[in-house]
Design a protein around this ligand. Structure first.
Ligand code: FAD
Ligand code: DHB
Length: 389
């Protein structure tokens, strides 16, 4: 097969990129190793920045998001039961939307297929060839057969474990990472949220986060040790611990999904080798406390789509050659905020230790300082794209 842009991975990054390119009349094909059903049901993030919603509006894929998504104008940050609201509206005049990643992915896949963008599901990219030339290609397997996708550009939007980053020459980048000594146990439950906005709660037994998906579905998380097994937690224990840490009563409905996710910060500082470009989780991972993973993926592909468009429309490669630089300044900002929120909200040091008292001091300051609240608000809702241009 031949196309202009070969995209590996039908996650938020790859699908959004395809829709952006299609809008500019640029052809692309997506290769995805999982089935459509699998990617549409993979439970992950749930919070969309203002920027991300605007991108989806521009692409004409935000109808269901506006009908079913929940717009939030603030969130709560609590320390051992004392709660401070962060007012996004007041500090930023922007808001966030709660809408599950799997719903985003369903909407994006539907739009791609309606617009005749080819997505080859259950096709595994095995090699990216000749990316230092003007005629790269992707080798993949599909239905037991080997095949080749010839293209002008390859987008590695294939997530943290994908082929894109493995293919990027090792000497072309520096790698940065932190593995945190805790994980998140996350649940989805058929429960009515008993809170109106998200609650990020520090508790001396560990962090808890109360989020939601709708009037009838809650999404909740607990900090657990890295070696924790999900089998060790009965539903009743989960609810008891959530109520304890959040300090509120919950509607304890049926838990229909639970899992444990490790927390890491990871990034590389080069996203391009010749005609191969990385975007999204392929290039960086942030701990989920800042709710940024999906949003950062969308910010990356917005830059990539602009660069590729400039190449085809104007024969200008400057934007493409500046792609890494453009993305990485935003990535650092988001890494810092995600790391800050993670250290702020998780239990780390013993009660009474210097570290723990510094952490408490941050919460005391948060309650007295509008400036500190504003700093959190503007990062949380997402700094405008223009701030990095
Ligand atoms: P992905 O969504 O990972 O998409 C990559 C795609 O590439 C996948 O569909 C994969 O199947 C495909 N692929 C990989 N290799 C190949 C190959 N060789 N050939 C073909 N296809 C391939 N963020 C938050 O903000 N909050 C959260 O609560 C949160 N929870 C998360 C929980 C988990 C378990 C994970 C893994 C991530 C979570 N994230 C969360 C992060 C967020 O979901 C990601 O940042 C987001 O999915 C990034 O999108 P992406 O398109 O870059 O990558
Ligand atoms: C959700 C996940 C997050 O990591 C976060 O910071 C906020 C909300 C969620 O899944 O709803």
């Amino acid at each position: 097969i031949k196309t202009q842009v070969g995209i590996i991975g039908a996650g938020p990054a790859g699908l959004t990129l395809a829709l952006m390119l299609q809008k500019q009349g640029i052809k692309c094909v997506i290769i995805e190793n999982r089935s459509r059903e699998y990617v549409e049901n993979r439970v992950r993030a749930g919070l969309l920045e203002h920027n991300t919603v605007e991108v989806f509006e521009e692409l004409g894929v935000a109808d269901r998001l506006h009908q079913e998504g929940l717009v939030h104008h603030g969130c709560y940050i609590a320390y051992n039961g004392i709660t401070q609201r962060i007012d996004f509206q007041k500090h930023t005049q922007r808001e966030v939307t709660i809408y599950g990643q799997q719903e985003v992915v369903k909407d994006l896949i539907k739009a791609c297929l309606d617009r005749k963008i080819e997505i080859i599901f259950e096709a595994e990219a095995t090699e990216i060839n000749d990316f230092m030339t003007e005629e790269p290609s992707i080798s993949f397997t599909h239905g037991g057969e080997n095949a080749i996708l010839n293209c002008d550009f390859v987008a590695g939007t294939d997530g943290f474990h994908g082929l894109g980053r493995k293919t990027l020459p090792k000497e072309s980048y520096n790698e940065f990472k932190i593995e945190y000594p805790f994980s998140w146990l996350g649940i989805l439950a058929y429960s009515k949220p008993t809170y109106d906005e998200l609650i990020y709660a520090f508790h001396h037994e560990g962090f808890a986060l109360a989020s939601m998906r709708s009037e009838k579905v809650c999404r909740l998380y607990l900090q657990v040790p890295n070696d924790e097994k999900i089998e060790n937690w009965s539903d009743e224990q989960i609810w008891t611990e959530l109520e304890n840490r959040l300090g509120i009563e919950l509607d304890k409905g049926e838990i229909f999904e639970k899992g444990i996710t490790p927390m890491r910060s990871f990034m590389i500082d080069n996203l391009q080798a010749g005609r191969l470009f990385l975007a999204g989780d392929a290039a960086h991972i942030v701990p989920p406390t800042g709710a940024k993973g999906l949003n950062l993926a969308v910010a990356d592909v917005r830059n990539l789509a602009k660069g590729i468009t400039d190449f085809y429309k104007n024969g200008n490669e400057d934007a493409l050659n500046n792609y890494t630089k453009k993305c990485v300044s935003r990535v650092w900002r988001v890494q810092d905020f995600s790391n800050f929120m993670t250290y702020l909200c998780h239990k780390q040091a013993e009660n009474g230790s210097f570290e723990q008292l510094l952490q408490k001091s941050k919460f005391d300051y948060l309650r007295m300082s509008e400036a500190y609240q504003k700093t959190i608000a503007e990062n949380y809702v997402g700094l405008p794209f223009e701030a990095f241009e």
